[in-house]
Design a protein around this ligand. Structure first.
Ligand code: PMP
Length: 443
């Protein structure tokens, strides 16, 4: 495979992003910026997770269109996209099957005083698809599903405390932000207890220290934090979590918002071999149409019904049409395996190219969501803090790739879709090769 990596043609065009920057100047006046963990990520003009890249050198900020695995920025530059809209794009932008399903539903209407029959169909489909699921509840963002899951666990157990994993992410609700986060109060964290990923002993201790008080253990199926290498479950980890939680009647919540349908169609818990009580899905569930879902076991049915939870847009029919079409299509083409294989092929090639230039590229996490890091130099972000996130060898190499058309992130895991094909990989390898030459020369 790696033999097919083409030798780089020196002098790949470095993109100009004039129009993006012009728009950004206008945005600075009317759109707030973003702080994260107390550090200024973007002073103004871009909020939320999109701000992570806005200040990085060589990054475009606004798109003009997107198709397949590629998007074009407002300056007309073309990128192979390895962020996939931070996960939702799983079958390719403007996938004709999904677009047709949405178009058909839009013809009938999207937001109406009644739910569409599709809601029943989609719930039935998910219940058939996901082994632990006996019911499904739909919402919009992943954070809707995670916030609901915690309420359901508390209702089911009559307990207050929630165990989370350090550096895990479950959305922006106050309890999930971390002590001291602006806009939150101490009381938001009073019932949150944190353990380290893969730390069975730590979980045992926390459970022993809080007898009869813990409602839920919430975690992503594997550890995919920002800024550091991602980690798979250690052998036996989930079996131990299940043993500890089952013994104490603690609800296990799998937050599959990010990894869902990129490992296994039945939920990533099937891939990693465990059985949660509740699973939160989002992102890939609608190939970009806004939809999230909480699914759960029969044992959780009364609890979910007891918790009042809703939203004006929860019943939009078109995202449900997109979701049903997405799940069917992913199943038809064995999407998770396609993405696992494509991700492995992509990063094997990149590691080889790095080696050829004398660099060590570490790939962590699941192959369909690879986290990348050049180990040759520590990330300045670790020693100097978040504001140094766009400096240092790794961030520089990543930005040299991006400004030539392979859109990567130096701080976040990447996403592979089923639309990434051999031509996308070859184009990427060519850019990666050139970017290594550039950083080597600069050293
Ligand atoms: N959980 C995980 C694991 C996530 O990655 C995210 C989003 N990055 C969320 C929850 C929150 O989802 P959303 O941003 O759609 O509310």
């Amino acid at each position: 495979m790696v033999a097919s990596v083409k030798a780089a043609s020196l002098g790949l065009a470095v993109y100009e992003q004039t129009r993006s920057r012009e728009l950004f100047e206008r945005a600075e006046r009317v759109i707030p910026g973003q702080k994260y963990g107390g550090a200024v990520i973007c002073p103004a003009g871009m909020c939320g997770h999109y701000s992570l890249n806005a200040m990085a050198p060589g990054y475009p900020i606004y798109f003009s269109e997107a198709r397949g695995a590629r998007f074009w920025d407002v300056d007309g530059n073309e990128y192979v996209d390895y962020m996939c809209a931070y996960g939702p794009m799983v079958l390719g932008y403007k996938n004709p099957v999904i677009d047709e399903a949405v178009r058909k539903q839009n013809e009938k209407s999207n937001t109406v005083t009644l739910a569409a029959p599709l809601m029943v169909e989609l719930a039935e489909y998910l219940v058939d698809l996901v082994p632990i699921a006996d019911w499904a509840f739909f919402s919009k963002n992943g954070g809707d599903a995670t916030a609901q899951s915690v309420m359901v666990a508390r209702a089911a157990t009559g307990r207050k405390k929630i165990v989370t994993v350090a550096d895990g992410y479950h959305g922006v609700a106050a309890w999930m932000q971390g002590p001291g986060a602006p806009g939150t109060v101490e009381e938001d964290y009073r019932n949150i207890v944190t353990v380290d990923w893969n730390d069975v002993k730590g979980l045992e201790n926390v459970v022993a220290e809080n007898p009869g008080e813990i409602a839920a253990f919430i975690s992503s199926p594997y550890h995919h934090p920002l800024f550091i290498d991602n980690e798979l479950p250690a052998p036996g980890y989930w079996a131990n979590v299940e043993r500890i939680c089952r013994k104490e009647g603690i609800v296990i919540i799998a937050d599959d918002v990010r990894a869902g349908f990129r490992a296994h169609m039945g939920g990533s818990c099937e891939y990693f071999g465990f059985k949660p009580d509740l699973i939160c899905f989002g992102k890939a569930l609608g190939n970009g149409e806004p939809i999230a879902a909480l699914v759960g076991t029969d044992a959780m049915r009364d609890a979910v019904a007891s918790v009042f939870y809703t939203g004006t847009q929860f019943y939009n029919a078109s995202p449900m049409a997109a979701s049903l079409a997405t799940l069917r299509e992913l199943q038809r083409i064995d999407g998770p395996n396609v993405m696992l294989q494509t991700g492995k092929k992509l990063t094997d090639g990149m590691v080889e190219i790095a080696k050829n230039h004398g660099f060590d590229l570490k790939v962590s996490g699941m192959p369909s969501m690879p986290y990348l890091r050049l180990t040759d130099e520590d990330s300045p972000i670790w020693t100097e803090g978040l504001e140094a996130m766009h400096t240092g060898l790794h961030a520089t190499w990543i930005s040299e790739c991006t400004r030539r058309g392979a859109f990567f992130s130096s701080v976040h895991n990447h996403f592979v879709s089923t639309a990434h094909d051999q031509a996308d990989l070859e184009r990427t390898w060519e850019i990666v090769d050139e970017a290594f030459k550039v950083v080597k020369n600069a050293r």
